[in-house]
Design a protein around this ligand. Structure first.
Ligand code: NAD
Ligand code: UDP
Length: 313
């Protein structure tokens, strides 16, 4: 039997590289596509000599002809710092990139999983967020290129599904952390750990009372793969860890686990920063038999160990 050919767009990024690890280990024929905007070869270097792994440097905004059985569409910068750096490009990646991947899926009859986001809920007025909630998103703000881009990507998935019978899977990913986040990624977990390890102040935006729910990357990869392997269910489905923390609490936990003497400094809250966020994962439990296994403190330990190793090189 020939191995399944699996395309991972954004495969050199944080989540994509862990997904590649899992697929390569299970014997899939993995094609990793990336333009190296926020990802890097260091994340996938360990696979370069493996027969069932290939890498293509390509920008998803441009069409590409490939022959594959499954597509995980992850290409898109995920950190606000990076997706706001070139917002027009962020929209293009989410809209044109997703059209290119859906067109490919249609032509070769591949199943496609779209990495959507909890950001489709915007600054939610429903808490915790269920998949049935339509969201509260500013269409013209600094986060819109990402939030609205991802919302259009979901629309495209469902339209290709209804119009062309494309076999789509949509997952809404909630804040995920772990080893291989870039040192300069800009998201809160990596920022806090890097600052704590370097003895720099931890910069809490606003008063730190806003909440997020943090999922370890190992749980996320299991969730993605479970969704890809499920039949007769397009989603969208929330994948995240429902344990909710304030950003102030997160700062305290990171300081304690690193043993850092850094102080906490408060900076203004960025515009449209969501006040609270927590997934309702009943649907993932019911349809996928999935739930997270790694509590925040345990997951932070391997993440801190990773940053210690890269910062001392
Ligand atoms: P990341 O920035 O580490 O990875 C994104 C990857 O996509 C990078 O390797 C980047 O170089 C690549 N990329 C970006 N634009 C591209 C383009 N036009 N063509 C080809 N490659 C391109 O981010 P991540 O955390 O690994 O996120 C992966 C996916 O999951 C993204 O789609 C993101 O929106 C989604 N997501 C992540 C989180 C999270 O907390 N990590 C939460 C919600 C959604
Ligand atoms: N945040 C912070 N300090 C940082 C980075 C982020 O206080 O150095 C806050 C940010 O304002 C937000 C939360 O942490 O309220 C999560 O931010 P992140 O960029 O990680 O993800 P997102 O806002 O997209 O959920």
């Amino acid at each position: 039997m020939t191995a399944e050919r699996v395309l991972v767009t954004g495969g050199a990024g944080f989540l994509g590289s862990h997904l590649c690890d899992s697929l390569v280990a299970d014997g899939a024929d993995v094609l990793c596509l990336d333009n190296f905007y926020t990802g890097g070869k260091a994340n996938i270097r360990h696979h370069l000599c493996q027969n069932n792994f290939e890498i293509i440097r390509h920008d998803l905004v441009e069409p590409i002809l490939l022959e594959v059985d499954k597509i995980y569409n992850l290409a898109c910068p995920a950190s606000p710092v990076h997706y706001q750096n070139n917002p027009v490009k962020t929209v293009k990646t989410n809209v044109m990139g997703t059209i290119n991947m859906l067109g490919l899926a249609k032509r070769v009859k591949a199943r496609i999983l779209q990495a959507s986001t909890s950001e489709v809920y915007g600054d939610p007025s429903e808490h915790p967020q269920r998949e049935s909630y339509w969201g509260n998103v500013n269409p013209i703000g600094p986060r819109s290129c990402y939030d609205e881009g991802k919302r259009v990507a979901e629309t495209l998935c469902m339209d290709y599904h209804r119009q062309n019978g494309v076999d789509v899977r949509i997952i809404r990913i909630f804040n995920t952390y772990g080893p291989r986040m870039a040192v300069a990624d800009g998201r809160v977990v990596s920022n806090f750990i890097v600052s704590a390890l370097q003895g720099e102040p931890l910069k809490v935006y606003g008063d730190g009372s806003q909440t997020r729910s943090f999922c370890h990357v190992s749980d996320m990869v299991r969730g993605m793969r479970a969704m890809m392997e499920t039949d007769n269910f397009t989603g969208p489905v929330n994948i995240g860890n429902p344990a909710e923390f304030t950003i102030g609490e997160l700062a305290g936990i990171v300081l304690r686990l690193t043993g850092s003497k850094s102080r906490v400094e408060h900076l203004p809250l960025p515009k449209d920063d969501p006040v609270r966020r927590r997934p309702d994962i009943s649907l993932a439990r019911e349809k996928l038999g999935w739930e997270p296994r790694v509590p925040l403190e345990e997951g932070l330990k391997d993440t801190i160990a990773y940053f210690r190793s890269v910062l001392t090189v």
